[in-house]
Design a protein around this ligand. Structure first.
Ligand SMILES: [Zn+2]
Length: 323
């Protein structure tokens, strides 16, 4: 049974996909994303790949009608894709060459446009779960895209705040946040001509960063060629820096936030990328437990200013300073 079900209290959709709990685990020594697996071409650079176990699909099963004034369900329209960053099993986003990164940013842009053009897709969510701590069982470098048939709740909250701020102040909330961070300077980790990477003032996770364009862009497909190249550079540099924080793999969740594709006007929003890394230190993970899950209240066990300095120093060692 595949369907989406409405929670009338939180006013959000839950994707229900019975049977996924019994999907086969990939054997430890087999990688479906490596050339030769039979699942992917024998040679590729970057590649989009339809998820074998999609929770959302262009032609989802019909749903059983329910008779309720409180509850509702709907077909799980949408799309789930895997984005392979490289054919090299052991690379990470931080190891990609500038030209590979350019092709990856181009592929994300193409998928955003193509999925966003589907009638059923209201929001194109580009993301990467990296590491066992966030449920990624295959280490081969890859991210995913969900084409949602609704706007995710957290994005809806952001849009409402940005709209309210724009109507009151006639300014873009994300841009003002960026100016505030640049003015303070202590939490800036990296910057180039088009993007700034910083640990936000209100960071929930010790090593959380935002990557925000300097100019007003609503979605990845509004970036100029030069901005796309500089986005690729910013992402590579922060992931390579993450790779050097601990003498172990560095797990993270990377989420692209951008304009919904339902055709409405979102001029008050701003494209950006957020990283949520779950480690507090080399051995301890920050769990999303009762306070975070039941109350959406995070406790950050470290100073955002100190963590930004730590990341900045690693980046300086790796790259010889910001550009
Ligand atoms: Zn592989």
């Amino acid at each position: 049974m595949h369907e989406i079900r409405w929670n009338p209290v939180l006013k959000w959709w839950v994707m229900v996909s019975a049977g996924r709990e019994s999907r086969p685990l990939t054997p430890a020594d087999h990688c479906p994303f490596c050339p030769g697996s039979g699942k992917v071409p024998d040679a590729y650079d970057v590649l989009s790949y339809d998820n074998d176990w999609p929770i959302l699909a262009p032609l989802p099963p019909e749903v059983e009608p329910i008779t309720s004034t409180l509850y509702k369900n709907a077909r799980s329209y949408g799309k789930c894709e895997v984005i392979l960053y490289s054919s090299d099993h052991n690379k990470t986003l931080g190891d990609l060459s500038p030209s590979s990164m350019d092709r990856l940013v181009d592929l994300w842009t193409e998928r955003y446009r193509e999925l966003g053009a589907l009638d059923s897709v209201k929001y194109v969510f580009i993301f990467e779960n990296r590491g066992r701590e966030v449920g990624a069982t295959i280490i081969h470098p890859h991210g995913q895209i969900y084409g949602f048939p609704f706007i995710p709740k957290k994005i809806e909250l952001e849009l409402a705040s940005c709209k309210e701020y724009f109507e009151r102040e006639e300014k873009n909330l994300y841009r003002e946040m960026l100016l505030e961070e640049l003015k303070d300077g202590r939490r800036i980790v990296d910057e180039n001509g088009s993007f700034v990477t910083f640990v936000p003032y209100f960071a929930e996770y010790p090593y959380q960063v935002y990557v925000i364009p300097r100019r007003h862009r609503l979605s990845i497909d509004q970036l100029s060629d030069d901005e796309k190249r500089l986005l690729g550079s910013s992402l590579t540099r922060i992931v390579k820096t993450y790779n050097h924080v601990f003498p172990r793999d560095f797990p993270y969740m990377m989420c692209f936030d951008q304009k919904p594709t339902d055709g409405d006007d979102y001029r008050y929003y701003q494209f950006h990328v957020k990283f949520f890394p779950p480690l507090r230190n080399e051995k301890t993970q920050k769990y999303n437990a009762c306070s975070e899950t039941g109350g959406w209240v995070h406790g950050n066990p470290s100073s955002p200013e100190a963590k930004a300095e730590e990341l900045r120093k690693i980046m300086e060692t790796l790259y010889g300073g910001t550009r």
